[in-house]
Ligand binder design. Sequence first.
Ligand SMILES: [Zn+2]
Length: 280
Amino acid sequence: MRLGYSLLLGEHVAAEDVGYGDCAAFQIVCPSCGEALLKRIRRNPTLNHHLAHFPTTQSHASKCELRVAGASSSQMATADAIGRGQQLAIFQRVFRPYFAREIAMMEPALNAEAITQHASIMLRRASYRQFCRAVRDYLRTADPATLDEYWNISTDSLAAMSPFRRRRQEGFAHDFFSHLLAPNSLQSLAFAISLASLVFEFKLRIDTTAPTGLTRDVFVATLKIILHGTDKALGGFLERCREPDIRTTLESLLRGLAGSIIFTLMCLPYLDMLKDGRTS
Ligand SMILES: [Zn+2]
Protein backbone atom coordinates (compact mmCIF):
# COMPACT_ATOMS: atom_id res chain seq x y z
CA MET A 1 0.00 0.00 0.00
CA ARG A 2 1.06 3.58 -0.55
CA LEU A 3 0.21 4.85 2.94
CA GLY A 4 1.09 3.63 6.40
CA TYR A 5 0.20 5.00 9.80
CA SER A 6 2.91 5.87 12.32
CA LEU A 7 1.75 5.02 15.84
CA LEU A 8 4.54 7.15 17.20
CA LEU A 9 3.67 10.26 15.16
CA GLY A 10 -0.08 9.66 15.13
CA GLU A 11 0.09 10.51 11.43
CA HIS A 12 -0.11 8.86 8.02
CA VAL A 13 3.18 8.51 6.17
CA ALA A 14 3.77 7.95 2.47
CA ALA A 15 5.64 4.82 1.37
CA GLU A 16 8.10 6.76 -0.80
CA ASP A 17 9.11 9.02 2.10
CA VAL A 18 10.22 6.33 4.53
CA GLY A 19 13.29 4.10 4.39
CA TYR A 20 13.62 0.45 5.40
CA GLY A 21 14.64 1.20 8.97
CA ASP A 22 11.99 3.87 9.51
CA CYS A 23 9.12 1.35 9.74
CA ALA A 24 10.36 0.03 13.07
CA ALA A 25 11.65 3.38 14.40
CA PHE A 26 8.36 5.16 13.71
CA GLN A 27 6.15 2.15 14.49
CA ILE A 28 4.51 2.16 11.07
CA VAL A 29 1.40 -0.01 10.88
CA CYS A 30 -1.39 -0.75 8.45
CA PRO A 31 -4.01 2.04 8.74
CA SER A 32 -6.73 -0.58 8.34
CA CYS A 33 -5.81 -3.55 10.56
CA GLY A 34 -3.02 -2.08 12.70
CA GLU A 35 -0.44 -4.78 11.87
CA ALA A 36 3.20 -3.74 11.50
CA LEU A 37 4.30 -3.01 7.95
CA LEU A 38 7.59 -3.27 6.18
CA LYS A 39 8.99 -1.18 3.38
CA ARG A 40 9.45 -2.70 -0.05
CA ILE A 41 10.72 -1.27 -3.30
CA ARG A 42 9.76 -3.04 -6.51
CA ARG A 43 12.14 -2.23 -9.30
CA ASN A 44 10.08 -3.16 -12.30
CA PRO A 45 8.69 -1.90 -14.45
CA THR A 46 9.42 1.40 -12.68
CA LEU A 47 10.55 2.16 -9.14
CA ASN A 48 7.57 1.46 -6.93
CA HIS A 49 7.71 2.18 -3.22
CA HIS A 50 5.17 0.48 -1.05
CA LEU A 51 4.49 -0.69 2.45
CA ALA A 52 3.57 -4.33 2.88
CA HIS A 53 2.21 -6.61 5.58
CA PHE A 54 4.61 -9.21 6.92
CA PRO A 55 4.19 -12.56 5.12
CA THR A 56 2.46 -14.12 8.16
CA THR A 57 -0.35 -11.54 8.05
CA GLN A 58 -0.56 -11.44 4.27
CA SER A 59 -4.01 -13.14 4.32
CA HIS A 60 -6.02 -9.96 4.84
CA ALA A 61 -3.59 -7.67 2.99
CA SER A 62 -5.68 -7.14 -0.12
CA LYS A 63 -8.77 -6.19 1.94
CA CYS A 64 -6.62 -3.68 3.83
CA GLU A 65 -5.30 -2.25 0.56
CA LEU A 66 -8.85 -1.59 -0.59
CA ARG A 67 -9.91 0.02 2.68
CA VAL A 68 -6.85 2.27 2.84
CA ALA A 69 -7.26 3.28 -0.80
CA GLY A 70 -10.92 4.03 -0.13
CA ALA A 71 -10.32 6.30 2.88
CA SER A 72 -11.00 9.91 2.00
CA SER A 73 -8.11 12.33 2.05
CA SER A 74 -10.08 14.76 4.22
CA GLN A 75 -10.55 12.04 6.87
CA MET A 76 -6.83 11.43 6.84
CA ALA A 77 -5.99 15.13 6.93
CA THR A 78 -8.19 15.47 10.03
CA ALA A 79 -6.52 12.47 11.69
CA ASP A 80 -3.06 13.86 10.85
CA ALA A 81 -3.92 17.29 12.26
CA ILE A 82 -5.05 15.63 15.50
CA GLY A 83 -1.84 13.59 15.49
CA ARG A 84 0.31 16.71 15.17
CA GLY A 85 -1.63 18.35 17.99
CA GLN A 86 -0.92 15.32 20.16
CA GLN A 87 2.78 15.42 19.30
CA LEU A 88 2.99 19.02 20.43
CA ALA A 89 1.07 18.27 23.63
CA ILE A 90 3.48 15.42 24.41
CA PHE A 91 6.55 17.54 23.70
CA GLN A 92 5.21 20.27 25.95
CA ARG A 93 4.64 17.76 28.74
CA VAL A 94 8.09 16.18 28.67
CA PHE A 95 10.06 19.17 27.36
CA ARG A 96 11.72 20.33 30.58
CA PRO A 97 13.35 17.11 31.82
CA TYR A 98 14.52 16.18 28.31
CA PHE A 99 15.88 19.65 27.59
CA ALA A 100 17.75 19.69 30.92
CA ARG A 101 19.10 16.20 30.33
CA GLU A 102 20.30 17.11 26.83
CA ILE A 103 22.17 20.14 28.17
CA ALA A 104 23.72 18.10 30.96
CA MET A 105 24.88 15.58 28.36
CA MET A 106 26.53 18.32 26.31
CA GLU A 107 28.19 19.93 29.32
CA PRO A 108 28.90 17.19 31.85
CA ALA A 109 29.96 19.78 34.43
CA LEU A 110 26.35 20.98 34.51
CA ASN A 111 23.98 18.76 36.43
CA ALA A 112 20.42 18.42 35.09
CA GLU A 113 18.82 18.63 38.50
CA ALA A 114 20.88 21.62 39.61
CA ILE A 115 20.23 23.66 36.47
CA THR A 116 16.50 22.86 36.62
CA GLN A 117 16.48 24.10 40.19
CA HIS A 118 18.33 27.26 39.21
CA ALA A 119 15.82 27.80 36.40
CA SER A 120 12.91 27.64 38.82
CA ILE A 121 14.55 30.30 41.00
CA MET A 122 15.06 32.51 37.94
CA LEU A 123 11.46 32.06 36.85
CA ARG A 124 10.21 33.50 40.12
CA ARG A 125 11.73 36.91 39.37
CA ALA A 126 9.30 39.30 37.67
CA SER A 127 12.23 41.06 35.96
CA TYR A 128 13.42 37.76 34.51
CA ARG A 129 10.02 37.09 32.97
CA GLN A 130 10.17 40.62 31.56
CA PHE A 131 13.59 39.83 30.11
CA CYS A 132 12.18 36.64 28.53
CA ARG A 133 9.37 38.65 26.94
CA ALA A 134 12.04 40.91 25.45
CA VAL A 135 13.90 37.87 24.11
CA ARG A 136 10.67 36.59 22.58
CA ASP A 137 9.92 39.93 20.94
CA TYR A 138 13.45 40.08 19.57
CA LEU A 139 13.23 36.55 18.13
CA ARG A 140 9.82 37.13 16.63
CA THR A 141 10.91 40.28 14.85
CA ALA A 142 14.51 39.34 14.00
CA ASP A 143 15.36 38.48 10.40
CA PRO A 144 15.22 34.65 10.34
CA ALA A 145 18.44 34.65 8.31
CA THR A 146 20.35 35.80 11.41
CA LEU A 147 19.59 32.39 12.93
CA ASP A 148 20.42 30.32 9.84
CA GLU A 149 23.90 29.47 11.04
CA TYR A 150 22.38 27.81 14.10
CA TRP A 151 19.82 25.82 12.13
CA ASN A 152 22.37 24.55 9.62
CA ILE A 153 24.31 22.48 12.08
CA SER A 154 25.75 19.07 11.47
CA THR A 155 26.26 16.60 14.28
CA ASP A 156 27.20 12.92 14.16
CA SER A 157 23.78 11.86 15.37
CA LEU A 158 22.01 13.95 12.70
CA ALA A 159 24.33 12.56 10.02
CA ALA A 160 23.51 9.00 11.12
CA MET A 161 19.77 9.50 10.68
CA SER A 162 17.78 8.24 7.71
CA PRO A 163 16.61 11.07 5.41
CA PHE A 164 13.01 10.68 6.64
CA ARG A 165 14.04 10.69 10.27
CA ARG A 166 16.29 13.70 9.77
CA ARG A 167 13.50 15.67 8.09
CA ARG A 168 11.22 14.84 10.99
CA GLN A 169 13.91 15.75 13.53
CA GLU A 170 14.40 19.16 11.89
CA GLY A 171 10.63 19.58 11.60
CA PHE A 172 10.11 18.86 15.31
CA ALA A 173 12.85 21.32 16.25
CA HIS A 174 11.40 24.08 14.03
CA ASP A 175 7.86 23.46 15.25
CA PHE A 176 8.89 23.49 18.88
CA PHE A 177 10.94 26.65 18.42
CA SER A 178 7.90 28.41 16.92
CA HIS A 179 5.85 27.06 19.78
CA LEU A 180 8.29 28.59 22.29
CA LEU A 181 7.72 32.00 20.72
CA ALA A 182 3.93 31.77 21.04
CA PRO A 183 2.29 34.14 23.54
CA ASN A 184 1.25 31.44 26.01
CA SER A 185 4.53 29.52 26.00
CA LEU A 186 6.47 32.03 28.08
CA GLN A 187 7.12 29.57 30.93
CA SER A 188 8.72 27.03 28.58
CA LEU A 189 10.68 29.71 26.78
CA ALA A 190 11.88 31.15 30.08
CA PHE A 191 12.99 27.68 31.15
CA ALA A 192 14.93 27.18 27.90
CA ILE A 193 16.55 30.63 28.15
CA SER A 194 17.64 30.04 31.73
CA LEU A 195 19.37 26.76 30.81
CA ALA A 196 20.90 28.25 27.67
CA SER A 197 22.22 31.16 29.78
CA LEU A 198 23.82 28.77 32.25
CA VAL A 199 25.56 26.95 29.40
CA PHE A 200 26.68 30.26 27.93
CA GLU A 201 28.10 31.42 31.24
CA PHE A 202 29.85 28.09 31.71
CA LYS A 203 31.40 28.32 28.24
CA LEU A 204 32.53 31.91 28.71
CA ARG A 205 34.16 30.92 31.98
CA ILE A 206 36.20 28.05 30.53
CA ASP A 207 36.75 29.21 26.96
CA THR A 208 40.11 30.94 27.06
CA THR A 209 40.12 31.42 23.29
CA ALA A 210 37.13 33.78 23.47
CA PRO A 211 38.02 37.40 22.70
CA THR A 212 39.06 39.33 25.76
CA GLY A 213 38.49 42.99 26.46
CA LEU A 214 35.44 45.12 26.90
CA THR A 215 32.97 43.03 24.88
CA ARG A 216 33.71 39.89 26.82
CA ASP A 217 33.55 41.73 30.15
CA VAL A 218 30.23 43.33 29.25
CA PHE A 219 28.99 39.96 28.16
CA VAL A 220 29.99 38.24 31.37
CA ALA A 221 28.54 41.06 33.47
CA THR A 222 25.27 41.01 31.54
CA LEU A 223 24.91 37.26 31.93
CA LYS A 224 25.69 37.55 35.63
CA ILE A 225 22.83 39.99 36.16
CA ILE A 226 20.42 37.82 34.19
CA LEU A 227 21.42 34.62 35.95
CA HIS A 228 22.19 35.71 39.47
CA GLY A 229 21.15 39.33 39.88
CA THR A 230 18.33 40.42 42.15
CA ASP A 231 14.97 41.36 40.73
CA LYS A 232 15.94 45.00 41.22
CA ALA A 233 19.34 44.70 39.53
CA LEU A 234 17.90 42.98 36.47
CA GLY A 235 15.01 45.44 36.36
CA GLY A 236 17.48 48.33 36.38
CA PHE A 237 19.49 46.69 33.63
CA LEU A 238 16.40 46.29 31.46
CA GLU A 239 15.67 49.99 31.94
CA ARG A 240 19.12 50.87 30.59
CA CYS A 241 18.81 48.55 27.59
CA ARG A 242 17.74 51.37 25.32
CA GLU A 243 21.27 52.74 25.36
CA PRO A 244 22.98 51.84 22.06
CA ASP A 245 26.07 50.07 23.43
CA ILE A 246 24.05 47.92 25.82
CA ARG A 247 21.60 47.22 23.02
CA THR A 248 24.39 45.86 20.78
CA THR A 249 25.74 43.57 23.48
CA LEU A 250 22.26 42.43 24.35
CA GLU A 251 21.44 41.58 20.76
CA SER A 252 24.49 39.41 20.31
CA LEU A 253 23.72 37.78 23.64
CA LEU A 254 20.15 37.08 22.55
CA ARG A 255 21.37 35.62 19.28
CA GLY A 256 23.79 33.40 21.16
CA LEU A 257 21.07 32.23 23.53
CA ALA A 258 18.74 31.49 20.62
CA GLY A 259 21.59 29.56 18.98
CA SER A 260 22.11 27.48 22.08
CA ILE A 261 18.36 26.76 22.34
CA ILE A 262 18.16 25.82 18.65
CA PHE A 263 21.17 23.53 18.94
CA THR A 264 19.60 21.76 21.91
CA LEU A 265 16.24 21.48 20.12
CA MET A 266 18.00 19.91 17.14
CA CYS A 267 19.53 17.28 19.43
CA LEU A 268 16.46 16.31 21.48
CA PRO A 269 15.49 12.63 21.23
CA TYR A 270 11.98 13.32 19.89
CA LEU A 271 11.14 9.68 19.19
CA ASP A 272 11.98 8.72 22.78
CA MET A 273 9.93 11.70 23.97
CA LEU A 274 6.95 10.53 21.94
CA LYS A 275 7.31 6.95 23.23
CA ASP A 276 7.59 8.28 26.75
CA GLY A 277 4.61 10.57 26.36
CA ARG A 278 2.40 7.98 24.69
CA THR A 279 2.99 5.33 27.33
CA SER A 280 2.97 7.50 30.45
ZN1 LIG B 1 -3.76 -4.47 7.24
